[in-house]
Design a protein around this ligand. Structure first.
Ligand SMILES: NC(=O)c1ccc[n+]([C@@H]2O[C@H](COP(=O)([O-])OP(=O)(O)OC[C@H]3O[C@@H](n4cnc5c(N)ncnc54)[C@H](OP(=O)(O)O)[C@@H]3O)[C@@H](O)[C@H]2O)c1
Length: 346
């Protein structure tokens, strides 16, 4: 497994990271343990959690993902082998179970969130603590475009960084990152760090896949020039890029069967693009999911590709993508499809 530098931190992380957001709902504690054991064996050292997980986030089991990881650390003693990432929620008006629906990216909330995560994770520090989504109106989670309102109140990134700085000074957080951010947000964080000597973000955790290459507009240049790489989430577009939902199929127990309102990677445009990528993979003797992941892995702005799996077979197939190289013919084919179906799922 290739190792890459996490921003300017000097820390090395594996080019493939282990996603965790199904553990505690779709997956059991035992499933999570088996995934962590196998991933570690395969050279994966970066695990990505969140106070919000598992998804869909619900009061009755919120936090269970971090508890599973914490329990695994306790039983295996593997804490020091892992670069542990977690996230603090942005505003949660739509999630009353997270700080009464009043979470913001301010000191009070960030400190409370971090203490909660540390307890569940049974550790004294988080290696990469990320803001899960911005504390302002902008476009993320599939929303296109931006509508500005002059009167909007939000927590300025400098205030968020000052709160995170307290945790860094206390040794509870080693490095920080953002998620679901825009070019404005990333540059604003970097500017504040430089001008006010605040901690510097090391990574941008955003969606990136064959169905959503919007990171390439704006953020890719920032990632490379500013040394703040992408941690790509949903690299298979919720599993859609495996091809398993094509022709109206809806496999039992799959994410879209269980959670039909997860429509971010569904619809006619997504289906047409997926069918074309799946055909291309098969024409070249590739497994569609592995072609999709190998495409993400070869991007120069990528630090790590966060894979998600609900079965060991999926995890093995996905981590196997590290050994798949894409020929010029396949890469040209991918660009042809992308020209015909540009970013169907932002
Ligand atoms: N920052 C954020 O806002 C954010 C958002 C989303 C995710 N994330 C992070 O990124 C990680 C990965 O995201 P994701 O789960 O959306 O990634 P994904 O790769 O797009 O989807 C993973 C899902 O697809 C299905 N799948 C995976 N491999 C497959 C294969 N080889 N063949 C067929 N189906 C397969 C599985 O679901 P089923 O078996 O249920 O179909 C699996 O849970 C998460 O765990 C989390 O750590 C972060």
């Amino acid at each position: 497994m290739q190792q890459r530098e996490l921003g300017k931190t000097g820390l090395k992380v594996s080019a493939m990271a282990l996603g965790t957001m199904t553990w505690g709902n779709q997956n059991t504690l035992e499933d999570g343990f088996a995934q962590m054991d196998y991933a570690l064996e395969q050279g994966v050292n970066l695990f990505d959690a969140a106070e919000f997980y598992p998804v869909p986030s619900r009061a009755e089991y919120c936090g269970r993902t971090e508890e599973i990881i914490g329990e695994w650390f306790r039983r295996t003693g593997n804490r020091e082998k892992v670069v542990l990432a977690s996230k603090v929620c942005g505003p949660t008006a739509w999630c009353p179970h997270i700080r009464g629906g009043e979470a913001r990216l301010d000191a009070k909330n960030i400190i409370a969130a971090c203490e909660g995560s540390l307890g569940r994770l049974q550790t004294d520090r988080i290696d990469l603590y990320q803001t899960h989504w911005p504390d302002r109106n902008t476009h993320y989670f599939g929303k296109r475009g931006f509508r500005h309102t002059e009167e909007e109140q939000f927590t300025p990134p400098e205030e968020t960084l000052r709160a995170l700085e307290q945790l860094v000074k206390q040794g509870k957080v080693r490095h920080i990152g953002v998620s679901n951010e825009t070019p404005w947000g990333v540059m604003r964080h970097l500017h504040a760090s430089e001008t006010q000597e605040l901690p510097r973000i090391a990574s941008i955790q955003n969606p990136y896949s064959l169905l959503n290459r919007t990171f390439e507009i704006g953020l890719a240049e920032i990632a490379c020039r500013e040394d703040v790489g992408l941690l790509a989430y949903s690299p298979l577009g919720f599993g859609v890029l495996s091809g398993k939902y094509l022709d109206g199929q809806m496999p039992d127990g799959s994410r879209l069967a269980l959670f039909p309102n997860y429509t971010r990677y569904s619809g006619a445009q997504a289906d047409a693009a997926t069918a074309a990528y799946v055909d291309l993979a098969r024409e070249h003797g590739l497994v569609p999911a592995q072609m999709a992941l190998a495409f993400v892995l070869r991007q120069p702005f990528l630090t790590s590709c966060i894979v998600g799996a609900t079965t060991m077979d999926q995890l093995k197939e996905n981590l196997g993508a590290k050994d798949v190289s894409l020929s010029d013919e396949v890469l040209d084919g991918i660009e042809d499809v992308a020209r015909q179906h540009p970013d169907p799922c932002p």
